[in-house]
Structures are given as structure tokens and as C-alpha cells.
Design a protein. Structure first.
Length: 157
């Protein structure tokens, strides 16, 4: 499924960088020009390294929990975090699987981007950077999910 998700992520990268760089400059009260490079680096790392890592962990999660489907909680977790195995672009629920995959991807993005951004913004309080990283990722993932919802409607599921 990663081969179907990655093109979507690459297409979304430029708008995400714009959304996040403008948002973080407003939140942290710094010039927009000083946020572009850190946001580009943070998003490239979280997209190129973090997303495959997220996919691998989702797949491992699936393998570990597959035998424990008798639990309702495990079933819900499996549906939410485990759709790494889906292989058909013709699957009518592909947008749903990808949206569910956004949950762990979001968490990894916040984690990875926070550690990168705090290295760029050394003079800013780490708690403020962490809070702003959560906020800018809520904005950017909201944009991605909105795009997926449009796709979902377009596919008439």
C-alpha cells in the first residue's frame, strides 16, 4: 500500500510546506522567511524517512495482532493502524485505509518534526515549539484529509 500512499504524500508536500511555514511563523512570531528552510527539512525527513518507518510499524503491528482478533479493542486497533498490506488501487475503500493510516503518520510527523524544529529554533522555548508542531500538523493533516475526502466522494464510495 505504501506505493499508493507515497504519490499522494509527494503531491501534498508543497502545500503542506506552505501551510506549515506560514502557520509556524504566525504562532512563533518570527519572519516567514526564517521558517521555510526548517519546515522544508522537517517535512522532507518526516515524509522520506518517517512515513516508510510508520508503514513498517503498521505492518509489524498487523503481524503481531493478527492472531488476537478475538478482542474488540485489538480489532479496532488493527483496522486503524494495520492497513499496510492493502495492495489494490481498485479497492473501493482505499481512501478510508489511507485516512486511517494518517493517524500513526500524524503522530510520527509531530515527533520527527519537533526534534528537527527545536534544532533550528534554539532560542525559542521547547514547549512552545512542541505546541506549534502539534498545531501546524493539525492544519496540514486537515488539508490532506480534506483532499482524501474529495477523492472519496469522487470515487463515489
Amino acid at each position: 500500500m505504501i506505493m499508493m500512499e507515497y504519490p499522494i504524500l509527494i503531491l501534498a508536500l508543497l502545500p503542506v510546506i506552505i501551510i506549515e511555514s506560514i502557520s509556524i511563523s504566525n504562532i512563533l512570531n518570527i519572519e516567514h522567511s526564517k521558517t521555510i528552510k526548517p519546515i522544508i527539512v522537517a517535512n522532507l525527513v518526516s515524509t522520506l524517512l518517517g512515513y516508510p518507518l510508520t508503514w513498517g510499524l503498521r505492518f509489524l503491528f498487523l503481524l503481531l495482532l493478527e492472531s488476537k482478533l478475538h478482542s474488540k479493542l485489538v480489532f479496532i486497533l488493527l483496522i486503524s493502524f494495520g492497513p499496510a498490506w492493502i495492495g489494490s488501487s481498485k479497492d473501493k475503500f482505499l481512501p478510508v485505509y489511507i485516512m486511517l493510516a494518517m493517524i500513526p503518520a500524524f503522530l510520527f510527523s509531530v515527533f520527527i518534526e519537533y526534534f528537527i524544529l527545536k534544532r533550528f529554533f534554539k532560542n525559542i522555548n521547547k514547549d512552545k515549539i512542541l505546541k506549534s508542531t502539534w498545531i501546524i500538523n493539525i492544519y496540514s493533516y486537515g488539508f490532506i484529509i480534506f483532499g482524501l475526502l474529495i477523492w472519496f466522494i469522487y470515487k463515489k464510495i
